[in-house]
Design a protein. Structure first.
Length: 300
């Protein structure tokens, strides 16, 4: 079973690399005269004298960690790229390949085979006979530890219409997961039963068993793109993730849409006034697991 799962990872990674090369060729060669703008991250390795399109392609192709990149750090580069119909088709195929690779990786990890990564890292010669030499060398050099899976997985956004306007903003959001009292207790019991955990267990057992708690985690600032698209005689607004360049199908207008580049990344404003309609108590009820209570469940 492990060999089959590893084969699927390797095959899907090979397809991913093939599609990355196809997109690079389309956007940098076929579309080289079309307008583009890109804001490259400082740490992105870019050859000297690279064009704007080559720089954007470098980010899209960066599926492994660069030197000094932190485990949770993601390379981010806002961009706006006009594309031919052929390039849009290549982007669609790339996004499908990304999804297939993600599926293969998740299946490998879901198997919970403790030695799966070591197996994959140590058996390339046996697993890669008569396959793409470039992929074999790249995987052998990187192994799974070197791959930046979030950069592998992230889709490349594209639109079939030229936007009227694009603006990028840094968003400071948080993830919220609703859990039961029983689930909260199980999470606490996974910690070492010291005085603090015992105190939190006692607090938890004082609430109604039917109460729901919220696991709250602040997320790192992330880039979002606000898109204004034509919609007949009106316009349509939408927001998409913006860590990679945004593509659109070129029309008779050979200039870039109006756009506002992202400003300096800023963290959460701790002095921001809390809204009166907030539903979650900002004070952690169970700090060890970042669990908060809902105001509606608090005693009057």
């Amino acid at each position: 079973m492990i060999a089959e799962l590893c084969h699927n990872v390797i095959e899907s990674f090979s397809a991913l690399n093939s599609n990355l090369r196809s997109v690079t060729e389309h956007m940098c060669v076929l579309d080289h005269d079309l307008p583009a703008w890109f804001q490259a991250p400082i740490t992105l390795p870019i050859p000297a004298n690279s064009s704007i399109r080559e720089q954007a392609a470098a980010l899209i192709n960066q599926v492994e960690y660069v030197d000094q990149q932190q485990p949770r750090e993601i390379l981010v580069g806002a961009g706006l790229v006009a594309a031919s119909a052929e390039t849009i088709a290549a982007l669609h195929a790339l996004n499908l390949a990304k999804n297939n690779f993600k599926t293969a990786m998740l299946k490998l990890r879901a198997a919970k085979i403790s030695s799966s990564e070591e197996y994959l890292a140590q058996n390339f010669e046996q697993l890669l006979p008569q396959r793409n030499v470039h992929v074999a060398i790249k995987l052998s050099r990187m192994g799974l530890a070197r791959l930046h899976l979030k950069q592998c997985y992230r889709k490349i956004p594209y639109f079939m219409l030229r936007p009227n306007k694009v603006t990028w903003t840094w968003a400071n959001t948080r993830s919220i997961k609703k859990i039961s009292v029983t689930e909260a207790e199980q999470m606490l019991l996974k910690h070492t039963l010291d005085e603090g955990i015992e105190r939190q267990l006692k607090q938890l057992r004082s609430v109604n068993v039917n109460e729901k708690l919220a696991i709250v985690q602040d997320l790192a600032p992330h880039l979002r793109a606000n898109i204004v698209l034509p919609d007949g005689n009106e316009t349509k607004r939408l927001m998409v993730k913006g860590p990679v360049p945004i593509f659109y199908l070129i029309d008779e207008n050979m200039t870039l849409p109006k756009f506002i580049p992202p400003g300096i990344k800023k963290g959460k404003n701790i002095d921001r006034v809390i809204r009166k309609d907030v539903k979650i108590n900002p004070e952690p009820f169970l700090p060890a697991i970042r669990a908060h209570r809902y105001y509606s469940d608090l005693p009057a």
